[in-house]
Design a protein. Structure first.
Length: 281
């Protein structure tokens, strides 16, 4: 369907109305292809039935309608429209505010909301965030695609997937350290590669990226406070940190060396974690 044009998409819609109309004998007189009022009546009836179906299935119809609006705008080549899963970046004053706060300016579109007034807001997931951030369409522009990054788990070309894999990898490295095991070379290599890719794409330095992801690693390790991994301060020098603390901050090289040198007993025990999908047309 992605290769079809607006005319073909419209014809798909007309065919759907043909099939819907054929279900009811009392609508035989309607000609939605030639009469606007007939088209409005049939489209309205079909939407009402779809609302009932969504309710029966426990699906939020308004969310579907908002996503459909986003795809419709994209297919009409609206420059301010973004499909679910596309990469975007802040623009205008929103950029300055994010930079001032040390926050990422690039992210992935995870949802869309069109208000009754026709104003479009996109839900964007930025690096290190557990929740989506609502951003007005006027404050967004397309971002460069995330670089294809080869890992032991395959090629990653999505920033959200790269973040998830980096957190999981850092957690395994930290878990290996606290239990006195050597982390795998694949984990150490992927750790470095994924960290570099996220730094490059977000245009942020290593410390900022690792600080943003620290709470996620801590959560997967079962540590309620990041300071439990980092000691007195997130900003303390890496030379003062134990191997497990270095792992939590995503420093694989010092960690690999530290494991051989450290004889400290484990301070905490590891535990697992989870995630969510998108819509593809």
């Amino acid at each position: 369907m992605t290769e079809a044009g607006a005319g073909e998409f419209a014809e798909f819609g007309a065919a759907a109305l043909d099939a819907f109309q054929a279900l009811f004998e009392q609508t035989e007189h309607l000609d939605h292809r030639a009469n606007d009022e007939d088209a409005r009546e049939l489209m309205g009836d079909l939407l009402v039935d779809l609302m009932h179906y969504a309710e029966r299935r426990g699906i939020e119809f308004n969310d579907i309608a908002a996503e459909a609006q986003a795809y419709y705008d994209t297919e009409r080549d609206n420059p301010n429209a973004f499909a679910i899963g596309s990469t975007v970046q802040l623009e205008g004053p929103a950029v300055d505010e994010a930079v001032l706060l040390g926050q990422p300016t690039r992210g992935s579109v995870t949802g869309v909301l069109v208000s009754e007034q026709g104003q479009t807001e996109y839900y964007v997931r930025f690096l290190g965030r557990n929740e989506n951030q609502a951003v007005l369409a006027a404050d967004l522009e397309p971002a460069p695609p995330f670089p294809a990054t080869s890992t032991a788990k395959g090629v990653v070309n999505d920033p959200l997937k790269a973040e998830q894999l980096l957190v999981e990898t850092a957690t395994r490295i930290a878990s290996a350290d606290v239990s006195g095991r050597q982390p795998t070379q694949d984990d150490l290599r992927d750790h470095r590669i994924l960290l570099d890719a996220l730094m490059s794409w977000n245009d942020m330095d290593e410390r900022t990226v690792t600080d943003l992801l620290l709470s996620k690693v801590a959560g997967q390790l079962g540590v309620t406070e990041p300071s439990g991994l980092l000691g007195a301060s997130v900003r303390q020098p890496s030379t003062d940190l134990t191997p497990a603390q270095l792992a939590a901050q995503a420093f694989p090289v010092p960690l690999a060396k530290g494991i051989a040198d450290s004889h400290e007993p484990p301070a905490h025990s590891p535990s697992p974690s989870q995630k969510r999908p998108g819509l593809a047309r």
